[in-house]
Design a protein around this ligand. Structure first.
Ligand SMILES: *Cc1c(COP(=O)(O)O)cnc(C)c1O
Length: 407
């Protein structure tokens, strides 16, 4: 017998005040920034304070703020200074902001396949994508779940290839007790609206390598040598600076990060306990060495058990007011026009004409993990503001919808 469910319970949303921790602390510091009359970080104190505190919190020598996560990644890639046609091994499931900056730097993204349970790259999949032209390896700790950094760093160190960690979704996440972002030569974070720490738009790069950190700083400053005896614009670069307004918000937000992370991790553990044992539904997998900090909470849906698979379940959840995202980014990055049709600069296709044919071979059979990952994943909306009533509501909705769809 089915009973009519009650009206949907409104869930806190990371797109507005209901699901974010923005409050009086941010308002106070933004007011202070405005009253000071100094909104540029070249003269103000908030962005500098953010950089100092972020570096300290994560245990890195240096942190450099940027005006977006995409810019943070761009600066990190520029710091590595690839020759045109050099290859960056990266992942097929990530934000486009982790990919297009590689092209802007004249390098070729080469996609490694992912492991379907986590949607993350592995040392094995990276190794298959390496070539003599590999200049860097970029890993994304997707959804807040760390990649296996033991195996990846062993591979990279053996080959002498620098690693960039995209930690945009993985604030507070650790591998083997150590924060992600501190394994590779450079770690990058996004402070976009939906991330653990938000300034609306924003980013930050961390590094223990003074020379790389210097190049990151220069890249977001038009490569102008501030403070040097004879400054110049040393190389091609952009203005990617964070403003003091963002910096003020970020300083206040950073003080709340531990609480945000704890809430997201605890809520995830609670939901996982409630969802265990539903036929056709797998709760998030994590390695015992990993602390996953749940930017999103993802289910894996078995379409041989649940009618319509992840999209089918998403349709039913929507009727309960739960806006989940089947397939996450819809299609692998290499199926987007920028890669599939090589839409770059005018009609030049630059830098793709420099690519080895194999580096741009996006045939589906080379990416079985990627297609399996997207086919099964169902991304649930997530927030640090969830309480037991929200989690109980989500759990019972998932359970009822899964049972209704059982084949
Ligand atoms: C959000 C995100 C980015 C891009 O950050 P923006 O701040 O939106 O430019 C890059 N990589 C990943 C994995 C992200 O989640």
């Amino acid at each position: 017998m089915s009973h009519r469910p009650g009206p949907p319970l409104p869930l806190p949303s990371d797109q507005d005040a209901t699901g974010r921790t923005l409050g009086d602390e941010e308002i106070a510091l933004v007011s202070e920034a405005i009253r000071s009359g100094t909104l540029t970080s070249t003269k103000g104190n908030f962005v500098r304070k953010l950089e100092t505190e972020f570096a300290k919190a994560i245990g890195a020598e240096r942190a450099i703020a940027a005006n977006s996560g995409t810019m943070a990644l761009h600066a990190a890639f520029a710091a590595i200074d690839p020759e045109p046609g050099d290859e960056f091994v990266t992942t097929s499931i990530t934000d486009m902001g982790a990919l297009t900056p590689i092209l802007y730097q004249g390098a070729i993204p080469v996609f490694a396949d992912v492991e379907p349970r986590t949607c993350n790259v592995t040392a094995e999949s990276i190794e298959k994508a390496l070539s003599p032209k590999t200049k860097a390896i970029v890993v994304t700790h997707l959804f807040g779940n760390p990649c296996d950094m033991t195996a990846i760093m062993a591979l990279a160190n053996a080959r002498g290839i620098p690693v960039v960690e995209d930690c945009s979704q993985a604030f507070g996440a650790t591998w083997d007790g150590r924060p992600v972002g501190t394994f590779g030569a450079l770690g990058c974070f996004s402070l976009q609206q939906g991330k653990h720490v938000t300034t609306g738009e924003g980013g930050i790069v961390v590094s223990n390598d003074a020379a790389l950190a210097r190049r990151v700083f220069l890249f977001v400053n038009k490569a102008w040598g501030y403070g040097d005896p004879q400054p110049d614009h040393y190389f091609i670069a952009l203005n990617g600076r964070m403003s003091e307004l963002q910096g003020a918000v970020a300083v206040a937000q950073l003080a709340k990060l531990d609480g945000v992370v704890r809430s997201r991790v605890d809520s995830a553990a609670y939901l996982t306990r409630k969802l265990n044992g539903i036929a056709g539904i797998e709760t998030p997998w994590q390695d015992p060495r990993a602390v996953h900090t749940f930017w999103k909470y993802c289910l894996r849906v078995d379409s041989s058990v649940i009618r319509g698979g992840a999209p089918g379940l998403a349709t039913l959840l929507k009727e309960r007011g739960i806006a989940s995202a089947p397939r996450y980014i819809q299609k692998p990055a290499f199926r987007c026009a920028v890669f599939a049709e090589q839409r770059t600069f005018g009609n030049s296709r630059w830098p793709f004409p420099l690519a080895r044919p194999e580096a741009v071979d996006y045939s589906a059979e080379r990416f079985p993990g990627t297609f399996a990952a997207l086919e099964g994943v169902l991304v649930l909306p997530w927030s640090e503001k969830y309480g037991a009533e929200h989690l109980d509501y989500i759990a019972s909705a998932v359970r009822e919808c899964a049972e209704r769809s059982k084949m």
